[in-house]
Write a protein that binds this ligand. Structure first.
Ligand code: AMP
Ligand code: ZN
Length: 123
């Protein structure tokens, strides 16, 4: 897509702070982080919204979700368990979809937002 900022990031025409890359996915830090950890996972191939996904996108969506815990741990907000089995750490995952969903960039992206209670103070 010629005028898509995330296609340009995927093609390295626009620079970003990359945290992960493979043949089909790219993850990079959000330019306006909402929490100490905030990165986005995108498919390199353009898809506008989650609502534009169909059967052909199921594997890609699964790979995006599978990547979340690995990258969250690498970025410092993974879920950990103490000796008593208590859970610490964690993150919020979010896909804004369409205008009523608060989507601003129309290239599918999964937010991973981490740090202590990152949802506080947000819409
Ligand atoms: P959304 O409201 O879900 O469409 O969120 C779009 C996100 O993309 C926002 O959190 C922006 O801060 C982020 N964003 C926009 N441009 C860039 C960029 N050039 N590099 C990194 N993140 C960006
Ligand atoms: Zn795009």
């Amino acid at each position: 897509m010629d005028n898509c900022i995330f296609c340009k990031i995927a093609a390295k025409i626009i620079p970003s702070s990359v945290v992960y890359e493979d043949d089909s996915l790219l993850a990079f830090k959000d330019i306006h982080p909402a929490a100490p950890v905030h990165f986005l996972i995108i498919p390199k191939a353009h898809v506008s919204t989650l609502s534009d996904c169909d059967d052909e996108h199921v594997a890609m969506l699964g790979e995006m979700m599978r990547l979340v815990p690995k990258l969250a741990a690498e970025q410092g907000c993974g879920v950990t368990r103490d000796a008593q089995g208590g859970v610490t750490g964690g993150y919020k995952t979010q896909i804004n979809t369409g205008p009523d969903g608060g989507q601003e960039v129309y290239h599918l992206h999964l937010h991973v937002i981490g740090g202590p209670h990152p949802w506080r103070g947000q819409k």
